[in-house]
Ligand binder design. Structure first.
Ligand code: SAH
Length: 349
């Protein structure tokens, strides 16, 4: 295979084969710069110069899950657990809207206290008071829960598939299966959510073939949004002492996700920014077009430790953005920044 030929194909179509993706994933760092540059030009062509902001509220760190990489896993006794009261969640959402941000992202552990009924109330209130888009990132639920929350007005749902290798998936998620995760994603699609998925890069035992399968999976479900970040070892977890993913490997996956999806919304993730001071800018130059400033009140934010040294623990979201985004020649997108995919294009503003 020849790099130049594959890149020229990638410029015209996202339809790369698994072999071609593995080839791109195994090039040297020098050669990879051409892949990142191409992704940046595909991004410019398909999604333009606007960087959309999503205001993040991490409203509960209580989790029944036991994912071996996550600092919030239920067996980690060294976490001070919290739940934000409903009124404070809504207040935070209103603050996000007042700052001109058109999307509120509600993220949490898999916390049974937040039943469908409670989520419905929160979603309705946020829709009423902000008029903006609401994105949920609250893990696996039964179809009827997803349905009730969608009917309450939730627009989007983020549920990373984490890894498309079913054996690796089972090793990382005791008692869970990739099949069930994919069932959730299919339900969300059926219900008319804008669906986000994605994976971690540099997981123990993860191969280039696995990463190619991640990209093929993302493409196969026509993901509206794709979150990709490096795996970061988290203390007090079973994977606390294994090596993490590199920023280069994560950036290359962001670039390839841009190339294969063309117009998905792809965030410059906090994880990329956490292992590299300018990681988010690098991601925005390698295909990403979304930033998620953290609006979780500081008193809670310090305890939402999925992984260590999480960037933005002390960051003032308003100051970060304009400067950093404009410094790389981009501008902040206005409005909700809905999916650019065909099914949602009509409803875009
Ligand atoms: N409970 C929700 C939200 C999970 S947190 C859910 O199940 O979807 C959001 C994302 O953080 C996860 O999907 C995972 O990809 C990422 N994450 C968790 N632990 C991580 C770690 N140690 N390093 C990097 N990313 C991690």
């Amino acid at each position: 295979m020849v790099l130049k030929e594959i890149l020229s194909k990638a410029q015209h179509t996202g339809n790369l084969s698994k072999e071609e993706l593995v080839f791109l994933l195994t090039r040297t760092a020098d050669e990879a710069s051409a892949i990142l540059a191409l992704a940046n030009s595909v991004r410019r062509e398909y999604v333009g110069q606007a960087v959309y902001l999503r205001g993040l509220v991490e409203f509960s760190n209580i989790c029944t899950g036991n994912c071996t990489y996550c600092g919030l896993r239920r067996e980690n006794g060294n976490v001070h657990r919290y739940r934000m009261p409903e009124a404070e969640i809504i207040e935070t959402a209103v603050k996000i809207a007042e700052n001109g941000i058109g999307t509120v992202v509600l993220q949490s552990g898999e916390d049974p206290y937040f039943t469908a009924d409670r989520m419905v109330s929160i979603i309705k209130n946020i829709k009423k008071h902000t008029g903006g888009a609401v994105t949920l990132s609250i893990g696996e639920r039964p179809f009827d829960d997803y349905k009730a929350m969608r009917e309450a007005g939730a627009d989007r749902f983020l549920l990373r598939h984490e890894t498309a290798n079913p054996n690796l998936y089972t090793r990382l998620h005791p008692g869970k299966s990739l099949k069930e995760r994919v069932r959730c994603l299919a339900d969300l699609r059926t219900l008319g959510y804008q669906v986000g998925t994605g994976c971690m890069v540099g997981l123990p035992g993860q191969t280039a073939e696995d990463l190619a399968d991640d990209l093929l999976f993302i493409r196969s479900i026509d993901a509206d949004m794709v979150g990709i970040g490096p795996f970061i070892p988290s203390p007090d977890t079973p994977l606390g002492n294994v090596p993490g993913g590199s920023v280069d490997a994560a950036l290359r996956m962001v670039a390839l996700a841009r190339i294969v999806t063309r117009d998905a919304h792809i965030p410059a993730t906090t994880a990329v920014g956490s292992i590299d001071e300018s990681g988010r800018e690098k991601a925005l130059m390698a295909g990403a077009n979304i930033v998620m400033p953290n609006y979780t009140p500081l008193k809670y934010r310090v305890d939402y430790k999925i992984y260590p040294n999480k960037q933005c623990i002390n960051e003032d979201p308003e100051i970060y953005l304009e400067n950093r985004i404009e410094s790389i020649g981009r501008r902040i997108g206005k409005g909700p920044g809905h999916s650019l995919k065909g099914a949602f294009r009509k409803t875009n503003t």
